[in-house]
Design a protein around this ligand. Sequence first.
Ligand code: GDP
Length: 143
Amino acid sequence: MAIERTLSIIKPDGVQKNLIGEVYRRFEAGGLKIVAARMTHLSPADAGAFYAVHRERPFYNDLVAYMTSGPVMVSVLEGEGAILKHREIMGATDPKKADPGTIRADFADSIEENVVHGSDGADTARQEIAFFFAGTDICPRTR
Ligand code: GDP
């Protein structure tokens, strides 16, 4: 399987619950490597642009309000099949449907406040990484 990069966000509820270390621990235990990371507090314009694909959905305004309600950790994860692996570790969007042992099953309160975001495909991953990180922000693992 190819080495991939994917965009990961620990959302405001995950940061509020002090789950940054626990979420990163699960990514690292799953074989994913953090190659870029920073904390940021999204503006409504940023959150709206990031989730522009959902602009017509009834939950869009609530989603933007949620994503701007507190700081988030944005990261680039790298590894074999990283995009799918990351989504497996996160679990389904709705925590009620997420497999046991996934981040969302263990920690999410609702289909909206679901702790983490992960890119859902190769094109999205490229776009989402570029949304937050310049190429020079990403640190290839030289050891
Ligand atoms: P993801 O790729 O698993 O994050 O799911 P989506 O791309 O479908 O949705 C993006 C985000 O919008 C989700 O992670 C939730 O935070 C939120 N969301 C998705 N579906 C719903 C919904 O039906 N109601 C509400 N309130 N929020 C939702």
